[in-house]
Design a protein around this ligand. Structure first.
Ligand SMILES: C[S@@+](CC[C@H](N)C(=O)[O-])C[C@H]1O[C@@H](n2cnc3c(N)ncnc32)[C@H](O)[C@@H]1O
Length: 205
């Protein structure tokens, strides 16, 4: 599917997104796992970005856990951004429209970056990874939650050419170009090991 159609689909989905059954079944456990792993990895982040933030739920939860951190959410779909702004009426979280592939922030700006269930939608995953690597601080972490093909699904991915869903080897290959590496990972409970949260370390300074 061309990327512009994908983003249009999210624009249409935005008003009902928070009511969808997947929130409880998939997105909420993903968010809990991301926050647990994030806290283990970076105890006191100064600034956090959520790339592909959707309606902003993860950042709202992050605010309770990291009350001193600056919180920024970006999403390609303007209606998701508007929904996030309307749902979380607080100056503590800044939401804006931006693409993962072109983050409008200076180098070395964030101690934590989150991306949950969005990576497989990115138009150019290599470019997005380069942008995350650029904005992370040394010692920072990218918490990536994604469907990762394992076992039988690895073969299905290959046959159906579902290359936007990474397997472990292809993810590692994209990361290593930018000096990033997986330092911890957790399967999301209740999702039959189909979704994994990776803690990815920024390149050394
Ligand atoms: C399935 S939703 C996940 C939203 C949120 N992270 C969550 O877990 O609920 C995928 C989101 O990625 C966004 N997205 C797709 N391509 C993007 C890109 N290239 N850059 C930034 N956001 C993108 C979509 O607009 C959508 O809001």
């Amino acid at each position: 599917m061309p990327h512009s159609h994908d983003v249009e689909r999210f624009n249409r989905w935005a008003p009902g997104y928070d009511q969808h059954w997947m929130q409880r079944r998939i997105f909420a456990p993903v968010q809990r796992t991301v926050l647990e792993l994030a806290q283990e990895q970076v105890a006191r982040p100064g600034a956090i970005i959520d790339v592909g933030c959707g309606t902003g739920k993860l950042l709202a939860l992050a605010r309770d856990r990291f009350p001193d951190a600056k919180l920024v959410g970006v999403d390609a779909a303007i209606e998701m951004v508007r929904q996030a702004q309307a749902s979380h009426l607080t100056e503590a979280i800044q939401f804006q429209q931006a693409m993962a592939e072109e983050l409008p922030f200076p180098d070395v700006s964030f101690d934590l970056a989150f991306s949950t269930m969005t990576f497989h939608h990115w138009k150019d995953q290599n470019r997005g990874v380069a942008e995350i690597a650029r904005v992370l601080t040394p010692g920072g972490r990218w918490l990536l939650a994604e469907f990762v093909a394992t076992g039988f699904m690895k073969h299905v991915r290959k046959v159906l050419r579902l290359h936007q869903f990474p397997d472990r080897a292809s993810l590692q290959a994209i990361l290593s170009i930018r000096g990033l590496r997986v330092v911890a990972q957790k399967p999301v409970p209740g999702l039959r090991r189909q979704v994994t949260v990776f803690a990815i370390a920024s390149a050394p300074a």
